[in-house]
Design a protein around this ligand. Structure first.
Ligand code: SF4
Length: 258
């Protein structure tokens, strides 16, 4: 039987967990360029770059991009050709096209200020629930959940949740869970700490449980089950199709599917 969020939180020491997690993050966090200031535009750019791309790869692109477009206005006013050129090498060009369209909208509608309202920010092009939570919490200290695959893996283990993380309903459950446990006095560090824990300690394979700052809260560790989580079903297997090649006269090849 799947538990609801209230049942999951029974006997969980939320304040102690927040303290252990944030205390570790403050001491151990990586020195990343987008963490140097709380500029919502730069945090937004970094979050878009980090989708499907590793931190080490993103860092030099981030410096180059911010040097060329240091402000939201500079990016909004730039020609698409220039913007695509600065993105060259990061692939997934729809991400930068959407960001470019979104910052133009911010310049027009909100006078160039990234909106701190969930409704307004999440309605911008290419902005989904994860980006909304990440930018609003990190830049504006708004206690919004930022749940991606990394965070779902970490929380599946801490709370021993066996729901399939490939399902949209599971992501919603994790968002509700984070809304209940997020530190309202420091949502920025709380969300970043969960992401950092997933990147450095609670990694997909062989998590470093003996170095983990929240080990005493972790139900999967207590059961020796961290290697079984998260549960994730694979997508449908590709349909098997057989081909028969018939070589005709003149060396022409005809294929039939059977
Ligand atoms: S104890 Fe291990 S499984 Fe649990 S959160 Fe820490 S690293 Fe992950």
């Amino acid at each position: 039987m799947k538990e609801n969020v209230q049942q999951i939180l029974d006997h969980f020491h939320i304040e102690q967990f927040q303290h252990d997690l944030i205390h570790w993050f403050v001491k151990e966090q990586r020195d990343l360029p987008w963490r140097k200031e709380k500029d919502p535009y730069k945090i937004w750019v970094s979050e878009v770059m980090l989708q499907q791309t590793r931190v080490d790869t993103v860092i030099p692109y981030f410096y180059k991009f911010i040097e060329k477009f240091p402000t939201l206005d500079a990016l909004a006013e730039a020609e698409e050709k220039e913007v695509l050129k600065a993105w060259e090498g990061l692939r997934y060009y729809s991400r930068i096209r959407n960001l470019h369209a979104a910052v133009k909208e911010v310049k027009e509608k909100y006078d160039g200020c990234v909106p701190a309202s969930k409704e307004q920010f999440s309605s911008l092009k290419g902005v989904g629930p994860y980006t909304t939570g990440a930018v609003l919490s990190i830049a504006y200290d708004i206690p919004e959940p930022a749940v991606d695959g990394n965070v779902m893996r970490v929380l599946s283990r801490i709370f021993y949740i066996t729901d399939d993380i490939a399902k949209g309903s599971t992501r919603k459950k994790f968002e509700q869970l984070v809304s209940c446990i997020i530190a309202h006095d420091n949502p920025s560090d709380f969300n970043q700490a969960l992401m950092e824990l997933g990147a450095l300690i609670c990694t997909p394979k062989s998590p470093s449980c003996f170095l983990c700052p929240v080990q005493r809260h972790c139900r999967a560790f207590a059961e020796g089950a961290e290697g079984k989580l998260p549960v994730k079903t694979k997508g449908k297997a590709p349909k098997h199709v057989s081909f028969r090649a018939i070589v005709g006269t003149g060396g022409r090849v005809r294929c039939s599917i059977f």
